[in-house]
Design a protein around this ligand. Structure first.
Ligand SMILES: Nc1ncnc2c1ncn2[C@@H]1O[C@H](COP(=O)(O)OP(=O)(O)OP(=O)(O)O)[C@@H](O)[C@H]1O
Length: 559
C-alpha cells in the first residue's frame, strides 16, 4: 500500500473533530488494509511499537530537524523558525520539502511497509555513529516524500500525531470493521486488548475469527498485562460497606510488578509494562530460590526497606533502581527489597484472571509458602468486625505503610480497569500525578535550568491534556538539575523562554486546594503546588484524569 493512501486517511482524520466520524474513517481503512492490518492498527495512533515492546526510537526532535535540513537543503534556521511558528516539526518538514530546490532525480513512491520498517529499524542502531546512521535513514526516507508525507513521517518520529485518535477510537474501529460495532462487540475488543495489550493481535483475530476468536485470547506468559486499578474510599468502613466479601491488605508504597516465571526464566514487568528484569537481579534470584512453580504470573508490590531501621523507604528511592543500567548489584545491596505478593494471574498453563480472588489467593499462598525471605505474601486479614478492620488499618500505618486496600474475594481480575474490585484507603488528601507539558528557563543564577513547569491532567473524553497549574517554587538546585536533564530531550518547540515539551514526564504534585481559574484550559488551578517527586513508573496516559480534578474540586467543600 502506498504511504500516500495512509496520508489521505490521516488528512481525513484531521479534518473532523467527531469521534464517530474518526471511528468510521479508521474502520474503513482497517477493512481495506489486507495484510497491512497489523501495521495500520499501530500507525493509526502514530505508534511503531506495542506499549510493552521495550524499544524506543532513540531519535530526538533536533536530530530529526537535522535530517530535514540534510535532505531538503533548507537552512537549519529556517526550519527552526517554521518549527517555532507552528509548534509542529511535522509542519516544518512539510514546508521544507515544499521549498526544496527541484532535483532531477526521480524519487521512489513511498510504501507504508517501507516507512514502518525503516522507522522501527531506527531503534536498532547502537553504539558509535548510531546517531548519524539514524539521521541518514530519516533523510533518505524524506528524500522520497511529498510535503504531506513528510509531515506525518516526522510526526510519527517525534510521537505527536495530533489526530485525536486514542486507544478507544482504534478499539471502536476494530469492532466496527470486523464485528457489528455494537456495545457488546466493543466490549469484546476491549477485553481482548486488555489481556494482550496489542492491537496487531486483536485486529487480526477479530478479522479472521470474529468475537469467538477474541474470546479465546488470554493472558500469556511473557506478554505483559495491564494492572487492575483501585478506586478510592474515604474510610475503611465505607470500603467495607461497598465490598461483598472483603479482604484487607496492607497498601504498600512501592513499585507494582508482574513477575512472569517459566522454569528458570523469570521476567519482571512494571505497571507501565516495561521490562525491568535486568534492574532487579535480586528479585529474579529470590523468585528462583523461593518459589515452587512450573509457570506463573505473580503480581506484587516491591518495597525497599532501610537496612538499619527496617522502615519502608519512600518510593522515590526505589525508583532510582528502575532506570539504572550500571552498578545494578551495588544499588540492589543499597536498597534491598521485599516482594509483597498479592495476586496470581496465571498458573501452570492456565489463566486465572476469570477466577475469583479467593481461588487465586489460595493458589498464590501455596506457591509463596511461609518460609520466603524476599518473596512474601502481602499482609492481609479477613476482618471479623468493623473494629477489627480499623485496627488492621492502624497496624498498616504503624508499620510505615500507606494504608490498606480492601478487596472483594468474589471478584475476577479486570486488567486496566478501575472497576471497584479493590478500594484503597489512605489518610491524606491525595496528591495528583500530572504531566509536564511546558517549562520555562529560570531567571538569573539558575538561567540554564528549566523550572516553572506547566502541568496537565488527561481528559479522557476529549483525548487531550488540559493544564491545571504551574509549579514554580520550592525546587532545590538538585531537583532543578534533574528536571532539566529529563525535560531537555523532550523539547518540541521554543517560544521566548518557554519550551513546549513532548508530554512524557509525570510528577507527583501536592497542593493545598483546587481553585477555579481562567488561566488554564482545564478551568482549574492548584493552590500552593509542591513537587512530590517523579513518577517514572507512570506514562502520560496514566496521569490523573480531568474528571478526578473536578471531583476533588467539588469534594473539598463537602469534607
Ligand atoms: N496489597 C496491594 N494490593 C494491590 N495493590 C497494592 C497493594 N499494595 C500496594 N498497592 C499499590 O496500590 C496501587 C493502587 O492504587 P491505584 O491503582 O489507584 O494506583 P495509583 O494511581 O498509583 O494510586 P496510588 O498513587 O494511590 O498508588 C497499585 O497500583 C499498587 O501499586
Amino acid at each position: 500500500m502506498e504511504y500516500r493512501r495512509l496520508v489521505a486517511v490521516y488528512d481525513r482524520l484531521d479534518a473532523t473533530s467527531s469521534t464517530i466520524e474518526k471511528t468510521d474513517i479508521l474502520a474503513d481503512s482497517f477493512a481495506d488494509a489486507g495484510e497491512l492490518l497489523p501495521e495500520l492498527t499501530q500507525l493509526a495512533r502514530g505508534h511503531l511499537f506495542a506499549s510493552w515492546e521495550s524499544d524506543e526510537l532513540g531519535v530526538s526532535s533536533s536530530l530529526t530537524a537535522r535530517a530535514i535540513a540534510d535532505t531538503t537543503g533548507v537552512d537549519d534556521d529556517r526550519i527552526d523558525e517554521w518549527w517555532r511558528e507552528t509548534g509542529d516539526l511535522g509542519d516544518a518538514a512539510a514546508a521544507a520539502v515544499e521549498a526544496r530546490p527541484q532535483t532531477t532525480l526521480v524519487s521512489e513512491t513511498l510504501d507504508v511497509r517501507d516507512v514502518y520498517t525503516t522507522l522501527r529499524g531506527l531503534a536498532a542502531y547502537e553504539g558509535t555513529g548510531s546517531q548519524t546512521r539514524r539521521t541518514d535513514a530519516i533523510a533518505e526516507l524524506l528524500a522520497d516524500a511529498e510535503p504531506n508525507e513528510a509531515r506525518y513521517i516526522v510526526r510519527t518520529i517525534v510521537g505527536a500525531m495530533r489526530l485525536g485518535v486514542g486507544e478507544g477510537t482504534v478499539r471502536d474501529a476494530v469492532a466496527t470493521a470486523f464485528l457489528d460495532g455494537s456495545e457488546a462487540a466493543i466490549r469484546d475488543v476491549e477485553r481482548a486488548y486488555e489481556v494482550t495489550n496489542d492491537f496487531r493481535t486483536v485486529g487480526e483475530t477479530a478479522r479472521e475469527r470474529g468475537a469467538a476468536g477474541l474470546d479465546d485470547l488470554s493472558v500469556e506468559l511473557f506478554r505483559p498485562i495491564k494492572a487492575m486499578l483501585a478506586q478510592k474510599a474515604e474510610t475503611v468502613s465505607d470500603a467495607l460497606d461497598a465490598t461483598e466479601r472483603p479482604l484487607l491488605e496492607y497498601k504498600y508504597d512501592g513499585m507494582r510488578v508482574k513477575i512472569h516465571v517459566r522454569g528458570e526464566t523469570v521476567r519482571v514487568f512494571t505497571r507501565r509494562l516495561e521490562d525491568v528484569t535486568a534492574q532487579f537481579p535480586d528479585v529474579v534470584r529470590a523468585v528462583d530460590d523461593e518459589l515452587t512453580t512450573q509457570s506463573a504470573i505473580i503480581e506484587a508490590e516491591v518495597v525497599a526497606y532501610d537496612s538499619e531501621t527496617g522502615d519502608p523507604t519512600p518510593f522515590q528511592k526505589l525508583s532510582k533502581r528502575i532506570k539504572r543500567t550500571n552498578e545494578i548489584e551495588q544499588l540492589a545491596a543499597e536498597y534491598p527489597v521485599t516482594v509483597h505478593a498479592f495476586d496470581l494471574l496465571y498458573h501452570d498453563g492456565q489463566s486465572l484472571i476469570d477466577a475469583p480472588l479467593s481461588e487465586r489467593l489460595t493458589c498464590l499462598e501455596e506457591l509463596v509458602g511461609q518460609s520466603g525471605q524476599t518473596v512474601v505474601r502481602a499482609t492481609h486479614r479477613r476482618p471479623t468486625s468493623g473494629d477489627d478492620a480499623a485496627s488492621f488499618y492502624a497496624d498498616a500505618l504503624e508499620a510505615g505503610q500507606e494504608g490498606v486496600i480492601v478487596k472483594n474475594l468474589n471478584a475476577a481480575y479486570q486488567p486496566g480497569s478501575r472497576v471497584g474490585y479493590m478500594l484503597k484507603v489512605k489518610p491524606t488528601m491525595e496528591p495528583l500525578d500530572l504531566v509536564v507539558v511546558r517549562a520555562k528557563w529560570s531567571e538569573g543564577r539558575k538561567s540554564d535550568w528549566l523550572g516553572r513547569l506547566r502541568l496537565a491532567c488527561w481528559d479522557v473524553e476529549r483525548q487531550e491534556l488540559r493544564e491545571v497549574g504551574r509549579l514554580f517554587s520550592g525546587l532545590t538546585d538538585a531537583q532543578l538539575r534533574e528536571i532539566t536533564a529529563k525535560l531537555e530531550p523532550l523539547i518540541q518547540s521554543v517560544d521566548g523562554r518557554t519550551a513546549r515539551l513532548r508530554p512524557e514526564v509525570v510528577i507527583e504534585v501536592e497542593y493545598e486546594e483546587i481553585q477555579e481559574s481562567t488561566t488554564y484550559d482545564s478551568g482549574y488551578a492548584l493552590r500552593f503546588p509542591r513537587f512530590g517527586g517523579f513518577r517514572d513508573d507512570l506514562g502520560p496516559e496514566d496521569a490523573d484524569r480531568f474528571e478526578r480534578v473536578e471531583r476533588l474540586y467539588e469534594d473539598q467543600w463537602t469534607h
